[in-house]
Write a protein that binds this ligand. Sequence first.
Ligand code: SAM
Length: 229
Amino acid sequence: MSGEGDMCQEGTMTTESWIRCWEDPKMDFTAKTVNKLFTDYHDQMLRKPCTRVLVPLCGKALEMKELMMMGHEVVGIEVSPVACKAFFDENGIKYEAKHIDKIPGTVFEGSKNGVKARLYSCDYYQFSPEIEGGFEAVWDSGGLNSIEEDDDKKRYIEVLKPLMAPGCVNLTELCQISDCPYNISEEELGSTFGDEFNVKLLTDVEAWQEMKEMEVNRLKLYLIDRKSK
Ligand SMILES: C[S@@+](CC[C@H](N)C(=O)[O-])C[C@H]1O[C@@H](n2cnc3c(N)ncnc32)[C@H](O)[C@@H]1O
């Protein structure tokens, strides 16, 4: 997510301001290398071949290409059409664009070696299981973590919960930034997901250099799944 330090505008980011940021060629929110926690822990969420993985607020994250290369279907949600198209263009994947039937927006769909990716350019808060059903896995890095207001974090999690099918494993990365009022504690994460979900801290590591340059001190990775009845 280089460039995130120089925010495109002061104050809370809206979908419109994110769209404008992505239109500025100087802005680049995407890490240059695959997330180390993804590399070390993806086995925990990919429990069978051809898993359908949801990547909320995906930008053009490199982990989506990794998932496709491993044979897993990717569904991303990203408000900026520029970011969606860049993911396909930069990874040499041909794509088609179609209107989304049930909500405003465009879905960009492509495949490589028979493995599909669909990136929904729409407002995450309008997404629901009516569009794609439930998912078997969720990779969330820079999704929940980029939501600033407490009420929006709660809304974000309320949208996510029904998208997690029974047995779904959600890996959520949270960055700890010094003196940042938007840090989410483990207790807050657990209480917002609620009694039906387990929230387990998998690891808590010192941030690597690229993240430290954005004032991130530590990175925590949580595994979130539904409690069995
Ligand atoms: C911090 S970036 C993280 C991108 C990506 N996960 C990564 O790791 O590179 C957050 C992304 O969420 C997108 N976004 C913000 N609000 C959104 C919303 N309401 N619906 C869909 N996408 C949104 C932004 O355009 C931006 O690409």
